[in-house]
Design a protein around this ligand. Structure first.
Ligand code: AMP
Length: 421
């Protein structure tokens, strides 16, 4: 027997309607914000993700890297932003569009320890506003994330924001963190001891040391913002206050990727029974990636939501947001002779845009009926030899159990009248 790869899952036929509806909603809401979809490959040359500046666990420890048959170094994308920026630069989209607002939907791959809400292949939808450093756009992204969550009717959700400041502020913050953690070095986990040398910011989102007293007492980047960074963050907050969105300042929020500067934010679910993986999504501003990829010195801001977690949240709140496929009509036949007329009738019903089907496994009428009722078809159309000889069929409403004889020639009209009510 074959099994699915560890950390992956199958979306089964009775579950897929939720995914389809979630994707539909994403597209609908994002188009209100003048965003268009971008589709980039699931694999990129490794250097797209493995940039010198990126020392996050996600990139250094969790990526699926492999050589193709011509020994090219490739990586399955662990996140959406780097591929989008690679594409933006490669196609010189900055030359034609001052500000490019895009979204993407698709799978990412990370070699993480699987648990509820954490998989090795998982879907994200994400947005990027590329080409501007205007803090109003940071606010717009947070507003969009909040609006999205609100439209999904996810209530017990908190929007947390923070600022890491510009490169100079960030560098000062790194220094302050090093000074803060150095006396505690021996008591930090092994990884964090290494992080202290290379990238002390990453200590703050270490899963092992999350409750370490030194982590809890660490300084906030807000303490080290220079004037222009403070000003940037003030403008973000002022614009957020023009709306009714609820946000809290989370002074220790740093997010798990190294490319962020200035505003970072996260949307957490506080939903009962949701589990430990309660971050629905997050993002922030990134100012250096476009240049690192060989493009001009332009800023960008974006975020991504995990789609599995959105569905877990919707389901644990029992929000009825999508419907499984429902059959309008199911055809039953009383003999082998009726099978060809049934094929013709089925073809005509579908041409008239009804969701229709018949049975391909059960010859006995009883079996056909059982299947029709299991599928909750709204109407049964019974093709019987004698009736068919008179060019009529029986039509039964499965809810009211009313059965009528209808002329084949007026069947479509009859169903139209009934089903459209
Ligand atoms: P990140 O790209 O790490 O900032 O994550 C953004 C969002 O993607 C998270 O808040 C999660 O909802 C989702 N996510 C990240 N990693 C995983 C994973 N391994 N499995 C499922 N969802 C994930």
């Amino acid at each position: 027997m074959n099994y699915k790869v560890k950390g992956t899952y199958d979306v089964l036929p009775h579950e897929s309607h939720q995914w389809i509806e979630l994707e539909r909603k994403i597209r609908e809401i994002l188009s209100l914000y003048n965003m268009r979809e971008i589709r980039t490959p699931m694999m990129e040359y490794s250097q797209v993700f493995h940039r010198e500046s990126e020392g996050s666990d996600m990139v250094t420890k969790e990526t699926y890297n492999f050589l193709d048959r011509s020994n090219r170094e490739l990586t399955l994308r662990p996140e959406g932003t780097a591929g989008v920026i690679r594409s933006y630069v490669e196609h010189k989209l900055y030359a034609t569009q001052e500000l490019e607002k895009v979204y993407y939907i698709g799978p990412n791959f990370r070699y993480e320890r699987p648990q509820k809400g954490r998989y090795r292949q998982f879907y994200q939808f994400g947005v990027e506003a590329i080409g501007s450093s205007d803090p109003k756009l940071d606010a717009e992204m947070i507003i969009l994330a909040y609006d999205f969550i609100n439209r999904l009717k996810l209530k017990d959700v908190v929007v947390k924001i923070n600022s890491l400041g510009d490169d100079a502020s960030r560098a000062n913050y790194q220094k302050a963190l090093t000074a803060h953690f150095l006396p505690h070095k021996e008591t930090l986990c092994k990884d964090c001891q290494e992080r202290l040398e290379k990238n002390p910011l990453r200590i703050l989102d270490c899963k092992v040391d999350a409750q370490h007293p030194a982590v809890l007492s660490a300084p906030s980047p807000l303490d080290l913002l220079n004037e222009s960074s403070k000003n940037h963050f003030e403008i973000v907050k002022e614009h957020l206050k023009e709306t009714d969105i609820h946000f809290v300042i989370e002074p220790k929020l740093v997010r798990g990727l190294d490319y962020y500067s200035h505003t970072v934010f996260e949307v957490d679910a506080h939903i009962e029974g949701f589990g430990a993986q309660n971050t629905l999504g997050g993002g922030g501003r990134y100012q250096n990636m476009i240049q690192e990829m060989g493009g001009p010195d332009l800023g960008a801001v974006g975020f991504a939501f995990g789609m599995e977690r959105l569905l877990i949240a919707l389901n644990s709140l029992q929000i009825d947001f999508s419907k499984d496929l429902e059959l309008d009509v199911y055809i039953l036949t009383t003999s082998l002779e009726m099978e060809k007329p049934a094929t013709k009738l089925l073809y005509n019903l579908r041409k008239a845009n009804w969701v229709a089907d018949m049975n391909y496994t059960q010859k006995a009428f009883k079996g056909q009926l059982r299947q029709a009722l299991r599928l909750k078809a709204k109407y049964l159309v019974i093709l019987g030899d004698e009736e068919y000889a008179k060019q009529t069929v029986s039509v039964k409403n499965t809810e009211t159990e009313v059965q009528e004889t209808v002329a084949l020639s007026s069947l479509i009209e009859y169903l139209k009248d009934k089903l459209e009510k």
